[in-house]
Design a binder for this molecule. Structure first.
Ligand code: CAA
Length: 317
């Protein structure tokens, strides 16, 4: 097991968060005015490895935590491939790629990895009980000043914060897939999230080259509250035989200039994830307008989850 600690966060146990400026252009890469100098990302899946990629490329030392070394290696391989693509397209130099990879360390122990870090970003599967146990471990082992951020797309930040002894330091940092490409970070304030923490995370997102947009904790936040009903309605359109999946997608691509149609996007996100988020909206608002389409439920039951299983509304090679 490799567990690497970086030294750049030396002394940060003592420091307090400052409400920093938002002028990301004047700062040294890998630091923020609020004092974030090191980041730990827990989970190296699609979202986690993308977050590690952008954080390391912005100059931050990052520890990537996984449950098995082979998962950590797979995440590093993906990051390497995505960076190579950027070098090939002359978006970054080979030297920048090497420096980025040099800033990434891996660990199999959340407790050790958070012991000297300023910010933890959790990006593990969307199961509340799993996140609750992890937040408990992080809370016990991370220094007092450490911010705990979750990349959750639907679980309440307020509820996650309540699993810790530091609700003011818990926040949502919701990234979008593919993380190196998508500009948005939804910054979700829980009921008790401190303003200085919101400011620190906002500034950090800018330092990562992203555009932070604030939202208060509410089912689906803004992104999924708006996106999922559109995807669900697109599925109803197919279910009711109004048009084929291809034609629904063509309408939205050519008529509304969406880069992907809603059904292709649903496959890309994962139909199980879409269904979970619709359940969160339905349960959270008790409003029938979020009722998942029976076709979506049936496809998830059949294991047709989209890109990751090779079939959803489309087949993937
Ligand atoms: N890493 C780095 N670069 C990547 C990449 C990755 N993982 N994936 C794609 N790219 C780059 C490509 O190199 C390419 O770069 P250039 O413009 O310099 O050529 C660019 O992104 C476009 O990629 P492609 O040419 O391969 O393909 P495309 O033009 O069809 O774009 C796409 C692909 C960016 C995914 C585009 O289709 C798109 O924007 N789709 C919508 C994605 C979206 O809505 N994501 C949000 C999902 S919701 C979510 O994540 C959160 C949730 O809570 C559910």
């Amino acid at each position: 097991m490799e567990s690497t600690k970086h030294s750049s966060a030396e002394g940060t146990n003592e420091h307090q968060l400052n409400a920093g400026t938002t002028d990301a252009g004047t700062r040294e890469p890998g630091t923020t005015d609020a004092g974030i100098q090191s980041i730990t990302v827990i989970g190296g899946g699609t979202m986690g490895n993308g977050i590690v990629h952008v954080a390391a490329m912005s100059g931050f030392p990052v520890t990537l935590v996984e449950t098995k070394q082979e998962y950590a290696d797979r995440a590093l391989l993906t990051i390497g491939k995505n960076l190579t693509r950027m070098v090939t397209k002359e978006k970054i130099s080979q030297e920048q790629m090497d420096q980025t990879l040099g800033r990434i360390h891996t660990s199999l122990s959340p407790a050790e990895a958070v012991a000297n870090t300023d910010l933890v970003i959790e990006a593990i599967p969307e199961q509340f009980e799993l996140k609750k146990s992890l937040f408990d471990v992080i809370d016990q082992h991370a220094p007092e000043h450490t911010i705990l951020a979750s990349n959750t797309s639907s679980i309440s930040i307020t509820k996650l914060a309540a699993c810790t002894r530091r609700p003011p330091k818990v926040i949502g940092m919701h990234f979008f897939n593919p993380v190196p490409v998508m500009k948005l970070v939804e910054v979700i304030r829980g009921l008790e999230t401190d303003d200085a923490v919101t400011q620190a995370v906002t500034e950090l997102a800018m330092q990562m080259g992203k555009v932070p947009v604030p939202a208060n904790d509410s089912p689906g936040f803004v992104s999924n509250r708006v996106l999922m009903p559109m995807i669900n309605e697109a599925i109803f359109t197919v279910y009711e035989g109004v048009a084929t999946a291809e034609d629904v997608d063509q309408v939205m691509k050519l008529g509304m200039a969406h880069p992907m149609g809603p059904l292709r996007l649903a496959d890309f996100i994962g139909l199980d994830v879409c269904l979970d988020i619709l359940h969160v909206l339905y349960d959270g608002f008790r409003d029938p307008k979020y009722r998942p389409c029976p076709l979506l439920v049936k496809m998830v039951d059949a294991g047709k989850l989209g890109n990751k299983t090779g079939e959803g509304f489309y087949k993937y090679g």
